[in-house]
Write a protein that binds this ligand. Structure first.
Ligand SMILES: [Zn+2]
Length: 459
């Protein structure tokens, strides 16, 4: 029986992860992501699906990032009825992120309606918050590490990959073949989650290569965080950290807890102003089964990795606005991480002109983004329709990525058991995928391909 994989996303680009696997009888999807970034790719979100959603027998998710789950509500509306299997933490994060995604889609459609920037009249959201909520009924959380019988001849097994909470690789046994989907691969030696775990390879390995041609700088995160916080607090200022709500915020809380415990920073308030970060932190708190030995050790000695003195979460908008009147040293963490929207914009507008303050970036700021211009130091920054003078210190901790770099990708490949019949490199820009494919061929002599968008590969 021939088994095929069609690359419906994350091929030729880093987003829109989606693979259609078929054994001739049964078709299933691995990941169901949305395209982000360049317009040419984003427009593909609007195209009719290249398969009949009603014909799909199962969807398997590697993790809850929106470029791996973001099309579920749309496909559900187009007739997808299949169970969506994923790890228990991925199911919880998916609920949180999809509903948020629906509300962002509606906001964007409203924005386009106001500014008359749409081909549709009136502008439509890709899906609504309601669509997103409706699609959640398909979710079937499944235990990690236990093979799941999907049909008589199809079995899937999830293995932790340390990328974000719940993130796993998926080994799919179908029609006598084994296909391993790496999903996004995490870092080694990072706090909170276990390191990426080896997979038992088979006929095809579908492997990500986001940082396939780069090595993360060696940075002592706690040292830099301590320097920024202590220096800013000494002058009576506050540290504003734009941060992703899921993953990055919890990592920051972990480091801040360590620093406070060691008295390397003053005991000033740490305020997380993001309802999503609050919900995500609750989910992180509950899934202690996914913690590494260090975080489990902390728990055993009576401490929680995300519990620190003077930590406050803000949910209500009124409380968020009330923060404006606080003029004392504090650390304020707020989304979005790229300053593309969210409450952090109001805080930035309110704080960036005060030379006592610091804006601290802890994530990549793509060229052309607001964060990019702020880092370049232009003197003013446009926020919510106004040009605001920039007098605060702008600082950055680089290298805080949830993605394995080139060396860590190789380390994971080396750790796996067996030789893959074929390797398909995905989830990387062209240079990164090419360079990493070359490295795999040189070191392991593997048969490596780089599929193009829409290409079908026989396993
Ligand atoms: Zn991811």
């Amino acid at each position: 029986m021939s088994v095929t994989v069609t690359f419906l996303g994350a091929a030729g680009t880093v987003t829109g992860s989606c693979y259609l696997v078929s054994d001739g009888k049964t078709s299933l999807l691995v990941d169901c992501g949305i395209f982000q970034g360049e317009r040419e790719w984003r427009e593909k979100n609007w195209e009719p699906p290249r398969f009949l959603p009603a014909d799909i027998s199962a969807v398997l998710l590697t993790h809850a990032h929106i470029d791996h789950i973001g099309m579920l509500p749309r496909y559900h509306r187009f007739g997808l009825k299949a169970p969506v299997y994923c790890s228990p933490a991925t199911a919880e994060l998916t609920k949180l992120l999809l509903v948020d995604s629906g509300s962002l889609q509606e906001e964007e459609a409203n924005f386009r309606a106001k500014h008359k920037r749409s081909r549709h009249d009136p502008p439509l959201p890709l899906y609504t918050q309601r669509d997103a909520a409706d699609s959640l009924e398909l979710l079937r959380p499944t235990p990690v590490g236990t093979p799941l019988q999907i049909t008589d001849s199809i079995v899937a097994t999830w293995t932790p990959m340390g990328h974000i909470l719940g993130a796993c690789s998926i080994a799919l046994d179908i029609g006598g073949k084994r296909i391993v989907f790496s999903g996004d691969i995490g870092r080694y030696g990072e706090p909170i989650l276990v390191d990426p775990m080896p997979a038992q390879l088979g006929d095809l390995l579908v492997m990500e290569s986001t940082y396939g041609d780069r090595v993360h700088p060696l940075v002592d995160t706690e040292e830099m965080l301590a320097e920024v916080v202590t220096g800013t607090a000494k002058h009576g200022g506050m540290v504003l950290i734009p941060s992703f709500a899921v993953g990055r915020t919890q990592t920051l809380l972990y480091h801040l807890r360590e620093l406070k415990k060691a008295k390397r920073i003053p005991d000033i308030p740490v305020i997380v102003d993001s309802p999503m970060a609050l919900d995500a932190t609750d989910i992180y708190r509950r899934h202690i089964d996914e913690y590494d030995a260090e975080s489990k050790g902390l728990l055993n000695s009576g401490f929680h990795p995300f519990t620190l003195p003077k930590l406050y979460f803000i949910r209500e908008r009124a409380e968020s606005i009330a923060l404006n009147s606080i003029d004392e040293p504090m650390i304020l963490i707020s989304a979005s991480g790229m300053l593309s929207g969210g409450r952090v914009l109001h805080h930035l507008k309110n704080r960036v002109s005060d030379p006592r303050n610091t804006v601290l970036f802890v994530g990549f700021q793509p060229p052309g983004s607001r964060g990019y211009w702020l880092k370049k130091g232009n003197g003013t920054i446009r926020i919510l329709g106004e040009d605001i003078p920039v007098r605060a210190r702008i600082a950055e901790i680089s290298g805080l990525s949830a993605h394995a770099d080139r060396n860590e990708l190789m380390r994971w490949a080396r750790s796996c058991v067996g030789t893959p019949g074929k390797v398909a490199i995905v989830h990387g820009e062209s240079e990164s995928a090419q360079s990493f494919a070359g490295d795999l061929k040189r070191e392991f002599g593997w048969n490596v391909i780089i599929p193009t968008y829409g290409e079908t590969v026989e396993v």
